[in-house]
Design a binder for this molecule. Structure first.
Ligand code: MG
Length: 319
């Protein structure tokens, strides 16, 4: 096999004129990834992770969450992480905020873009946000209003948009209506979350079409897809075809699925980038540099991460 090793594995791009020529990859590893992993890493390691990610050509990195430490002990050091990171030229740094108190902390830390979470189901709202669907909308609207005064863009997640572990199916038109309210409130982007990963391509297409029909411009939509059931890349293709230009992922596939014990959660950034580059879609990301960041995080955690592309490129010795 020594001769085979001379080939440098890479996608052979074939562009599809029906798809966008460039999309944004929104990296969630430092926040959504690390909050779902059991280890609590020191703040300087999280800062280094975000810094290395920002150097790969990613345009946006969600760096932490200003949640109370008793909710998510993994992210209790948000101020330290942001202070340690400092500015990253050309790379958006976003912090999740659960409410106005979290927004004030984020603003004081120097963060200039935040994300909020609303729920498409009552069960998730009660279990994870300690409120109702309407309550989650109201809190999001409060943050969006306060952020508007400070000229801070707010990305709004709508969790459980494609299925709920307690309620099962989620009504497509309810998702569309809630997304439209977040848009009307002033969210810069509405990210539809497949929080348990049960969505499939035609389902994604249907929800995106209904959401667009409800008044959310496609260029203001993002998809936050989980690969728990192996559907994430198919769902990305459905999103591309429907005109969605922003996709969430985590380096290495960092972050487990809290609703399916032992299963993977976030779509891996390397797998997403391989697909996009194979479709001739520009991302600005250096894939091999990204794999080296994942290798570093894998060594830091002392175990492999689930990304298929990172695993294969590492085995091939090219990154
Ligand atoms: Mg996630």
């Amino acid at each position: 096999m020594s001769e085979a090793a001379a080939w440098h594995p890479a996608p052979q791009p074939v562009a599809d004129a029906a798809l966008p020529s460039r999309v944004r990859v929104y990296e969630v590893g430092p926040r959504d990834g690390l909050q779902a992993e059991p280890e609590i890493l020191p703040p300087e390691v999280k800062t280094e992770f975000a810094r290395r990610l920002a150097a790969t050509g990613l345009g946006a990195v969600e760096v932490t969450s200003f949640v109370p430490a008793r909710w998510i002990p993994q992210l209790a050091d948000a101020e330290e992480v942001v202070a340690g990171l400092g500015p990253t030229a050309g790379v958006r740094q976003i912090a999740l905020v659960p409410n106005l108190r979290g927004f004030d902390r984020a603003l004081a830390s120097g963060i200039r873009e935040v994300a909020v979470v609303a729920s498409a189901t009552e069960s998730f709202a009660a279990a994870n946000l300690n409120t109702t669907i309407e309550g989650s909308l109201a809190i999001s609207e409060q943050v969006i209003a306060a952020a508007g005064d400070a000229d801070i863009p707010v990305r709004a997640y709508l969790s459980m948009s494609f299925g709920d572990p307690w309620e099962g199916p989620v009504a497509h038109d309810r998702v569309a209506a809630l997304a439209a309210r977040l848009h009307e409130a002033g969210a810069s982007t509405v990210a539809l979350g497949d929080t348990i990963g049960t969505g499939t391509p035609a389902h994604v297409d249907r929800v995106v079409e209904l959401t667009a029909a409800a008044g959310v411009p496609r260029e203001r939509l993002a998809l936050h897809l989980h690969d728990t059931y192996g559907q994430a890349l198919g769902n990305v293709q459905a999103g591309l075809r429907a005109g969605v230009l922003e996709y969430d992922s985590s380096a290495g596939g960092l972050g487990r699925c809290p609703f399916a014990k032992g299963a993977t959660g976030n779509l891996a950034t390397e797998d997403l980038v391989w697909l996009l580059h194979g479709l001739g879609i520009e991302t600005g990301i250096d894939l091999e540099a990204l794999v080296r960041v994942t290798q570093w995080m894998s060594r830091t955690l002392g175990r492999p991460l689930p990304s298929r592309v990172a695993t294969a490129l590492t085995a091939a010795g090219v990154a």
